[in-house]
Design a protein around this ligand. Structure first.
Ligand SMILES: Nc1ncnc2c1ncn2[C@@H]1O[C@H](COP(=O)(O)OP(=O)(O)OP(=O)(O)O)[C@@H](O)[C@H]1O
Length: 511
């Protein structure tokens, strides 16, 4: 047979085959079609040097989306959306940005260690189960991975693991994060599966918007990022992949804000654990076992949540703040917690909490931070905050000029202003919290321009400076009065208002 005849015969055979195939697809029952497809594929596979793997969106009963499909989808949207020509755009979970994924029937290539693979996104319509079925035809989506059979080992042993790992990480990064709370005073019904209730976590704080010294900020960020990448390191040294942070400092210096910034930096969930609402150590254990990895477990105002006052008295420590003010603040916070919590009937003990940190905590999965906050670090039992339990102690303090500049940029979009010099000289002399600075920088009416806001702050700083001066002068007078009476006691039992009262009594007696 001549070459031209051979081509003509082959062409007409193919045309007949295509015609028959089209007729068959239209008129043959679905079962018969599947039968032909199955055997055609088998025959083809003898001559075809490529291997295909499919990742279906739903397996079996369509109840649960396949994890593998979701991981491939995330991997491809991050790695191949630049090379794909037809893309699908969907709103991201936080409704703030568009997520691009390959459109149906699109094909992209990927390169892994010099091995080329092809991904195709596909969908088929599955037939309805019965003509009376309520549901219309269902779309079955799947990704198909094709590679040369000579690369079988590389793909199955290494590339697929890489796709799954990266895909899962991307999904975790993009997931909608949650803020969990153990609702105070709430009784969990027996059918309820979890002891935590949650809402979407959408706090806008980041380290960029935090007012603190740049070097300190950098150090904390590096510490957190190093922790989050240290899975293998922790496994090698045989330690649980956990890290404890103690945040301490006066109210309004940004302890809660920093927790939100940490969660946003690492894309972690936050578990806000209200200890006063936890009945006993057993309940504490159950709550903690339910937490998931990639999370921050927060216990705020730890000094008010556990009864540590007895130990403090024994040690006779001194607060860095005004003693009376501190005492009032602790009592106020304790009362507030008890009102909100289960009326102070919590039997969680210090040893229960320590057991959790050292024992169960280490056994239940990895990648968790635990953060304690306190306004009075001196009141905490050293056992609770020793290194190994609370690995990093971070002091948050009054606003510095560097901190002010961050806030001025956040609130007024100002990097410099003629009034900055006045603020710099005042802020170094007074104790003002970032919360107070922020409040003063906030425009109070639509007419308040940056100049007005900065002037408000200068006024507040001047007032604070005056108050500071008055305080110093009065304590100086008190000291002088005490010395004049020659009765100052070396152990410092008399001080503050008590000393003033005593001086007045002495003065009255003397006269
Ligand atoms: N360092 C900071 N950087 C930026 N904003 C801050 C900072 N500190 C405080 N703020 C502002 O002040 C508000 C109160 O701060 P935050 O609740 O974080 O303080 P806190 O130290 O946790 O106080 P408390 O001890 O009373 O709980 C925040 O909403 C934030 O706007």
């Amino acid at each position: 047979m001549k070459m031209s005849e051979m081509w003509a015969t082959m062409g007409s055979t193919l045309a007949s085959f295509m015609f028959l195939w089209t007729i068959m697809r239209q008129y043959c029952p679905y079962g018969v079609q599947r039968f032909f497809e199955k055997y055609t594929h088998r025959i083809m596979s003898y001559f075809y040097p490529y291997i295909r793997i499919s990742f279906h969106e739903y397996m079996g009963d369509r109840l649960k989306r396949s994890e593998a499909y979701a991981a491939v989808e995330a991997y491809l949207s991050a790695n191949t959306s630049k090379s794909a020509k037809r893309l699908k755009a969907e709103m991201g979970k936080d409704s703030s940005n568009l997520v691009l994924t390959m459109d149906e029937y699109e094909r992209v290539t990927d390169d892994y260690d010099g091995v080329k693979v092809w991904w195709v996104s596909n969908k088929v319509m599955s037939p309805t189960r019965s003509p009376m079925s309520y549901y219309p035809e269902q779309e079955k989506r799947f990704y198909k991975l094709t590679f040369h059979s000579k690369n079988r080992d590389t793909i199955t042993e290494s590339y697929l693991k890489h796709v799954m790992r990266e895909g899962k990480e991307i999904r975790l990064r993009n997931r909608q994060r949650k803020l969990y709370t153990n609702s105070p005073g709430y009784k969990w019904p027996s059918y309820k599966q979890t002891m935590w209730s949650h809402i979407v976590f959408e706090h806008p704080a980041t380290f960029d918007t935090m007012a603190m010294e740049p070097e300190k900020k950098k150090e904390i960020i590096e510490d957190l990022v190093t922790f989050s990448k240290s899975k293998d390191f922790y496994a090698r040294i045989g330690k649980a992949w956990k890290r404890g942070y103690l945040l301490y400092g006066p109210p309004g210096t940004g302890k809660s804000t920093m927790i939100a910034a940490m969660a946003n930096l690492l894309a972690y969930d936050v578990y806000d654990l209200e200890l006063t609402a936890v009945k006993d150590n057993t309940e504490l254990r159950k709550l903690l076992i339910e937490t998931t990895s990639k999370s921050i477990i927060v216990i705020e105002d730890i000094d008010c949540s556990l009864d540590l006052t007895g130990q403090r008295k024994k040690k006779g420590d001194k607060s860095s703040w005004d003693e009376d003010e501190a005492e009032k603040d602790v009592i106020g916070r304790k009362e507030a917690k008890e009102e909100g919590g289960s009326s102070g009937c919590s039997k969680v003990t210090l040893s229960g909490l320590l057991n959790f940190i050292d024992g169960i905590w280490s056994a239940c999965g990895g990648e968790r931070l635990i953060v304690f906050t306190t306004n009075y670090v001196e009141k905490l039992d050293p056992a609770l905050i020793r290194r190994g339990r609370m690995d990093k102690h971070i002091q948050l303090s009054y606003c510095t000029f560097d901190g002010f500049k961050v806030l001025a940029n956040n609130y007024l979009k100002l990097e410099t202003h003629p009034l900055f010099d006045t603020i710099e000289s005042l802020i170094g002399e007074v104790k003002i919290t970032p919360a107070d600075v922020a409040e003063n920088l906030m425009p109070k009416s639509p007419l308040d321009d940056p100049h007005k806001c900065l002037s408000n702050l200068i006024e507040a700083l001047e007032e604070a400076a005056k108050a500071e001066e008055m305080k110093q002068r009065s304590s100086h007078i008190k000291e002088e009065l005490l010395q004049q009476n020659g009765s100052i006691k070396e152990n410092g039992e008399l001080h503050g208002d008590k000393a003033m009262n005593q001086c007045q009594i002495w003065l009255v007696n003397d006269t």
